[in-house]
Design a protein around this ligand. Structure first.
Ligand code: NAP
Length: 257
């Protein structure tokens, strides 16, 4: 008989930034494990393509056009998820943008700084606040999974704004894990290594970058969105209900070599 500890039937997940990359990797896997999934993103074409792909896995999947840096849009999107599915069991506030400018730190404008904060930090705050409010109201526990980054714990030249938001994912995870435990809500963060997505397209197209980084990855390849499916299913499942406050690296060994 198959092990049923990872069956997510009857559970509902929101994955922000779920229309591509790592978020779509989360969404595909939890949908295949039986969960109803709502993916949020700003690009209507990407939303439609990902929605169709996910519906082929689980017909209940849906996409919402939502800019997570817009507080009102996040509140409205969460309300529409609850109206459609009736509940919320897991939230993956994964939407993020990279450092925009490539300039030295002392030339960063306020706009450079705040544009990253708006999405990667404020957007996560709006999303998690709405999610935890609903989970506490339901009284049946829940799952929060932050997407941090190696930049939270390793140096990121010219990327201080991005790094600061990803360090904040670690801090928020620890703070939420302690406060939310009383509601049986777990909070964990994932630190992905270098993953082949739209965000890394530019870097991975530069030979100098590839030649410098691949030799530092013991598994000798970039990560793929599929490498993040199993952890999403595990963390959303009842099997991990005592696993909280953890910072989980999935990086092909990059951080230890
Ligand atoms: P990606 O393919 O570019 O995914 C980013 C996602 O965020 C897209 O779905 C995008 O959808 C969404 N998004 C961006 N701005 C948004 C906004 N204002 N509101 C709502 N959604 C928004 O890149 P990715 O690598 O999968 O990134 C996912 C997460 O992983 C990010 O938090 C990133 O920082 C983190 N990460 C990535 C790597 C890596 O090597 N790739 C490593 C460490 C951490 P739209 O385009 O439709 O808005």
């Amino acid at each position: 008989m198959a092990y049923d500890g990872f069956d997510l039937s009857g559970k509902v997940a929101v994955v922000t930034g779920g229309n591509g990359g790592i978020g779509l990797g989360f969404a595909r896997a939890v949908a295949a494990a039986g969960a109803d999934v709502s993916i949020w993103g700003t690009n209507a074409d990407k939303n439609a393509a990902a929605e169709a792909e996910l519906q082929a896995i689980n017909p209940s999947a849906s996409a919402i056009k939502c800019d997570v840096s817009d507080e009102a849009a996040v509140e409205a999107s969460m309300a529409s998820v609850i109206e459609r599915y009736g509940r919320l069991d897991a939230c993956f506030p994964n939407a993020g943008i990279g450092t925009q400018n490539g300039k030295p730190f002392f030339e960063h404008s306020n706009e450079d700084w705040f544009s990253v904060m708006d999405v990667n930090l404020n957007g996560v705050f709006y999303t998690l606040r709405a999610a935890t409010r609903q989970m506490v109201k339901q009284g049946e526990g829940g799952t929060l999974v932050m997407t941090s980054s190696g930049t939270a714990i390793q140096g990121a030249p010219k990327g201080q704004a991005y790094a600061a938001t990803k360090g904040a994912m670690v801090s928020m995870t620890l703070a939420l894990a302690t406060e939310m435990a009383r509601y049986k809500i777990t909070a964990n963060a994932i630190i992905p290594g270098w993953v082949e997505t739209a965000m890394t397209e530019g870097a991975f197209s530069r030979e100098k970058f590839v030649n410098a980084v691949i030799p530092r990855i013991p598994m000798r390849r970039w990560g793929t969105p599929e490498d993040f499916g199993a952890i999403a299913v595990y963390l959303m499942s009842d099997s991990s209900r005592w696993h909280t406050g953890d910072i989980i690296k999935i990086d092909g060994g990059f951080s230890i070599f």
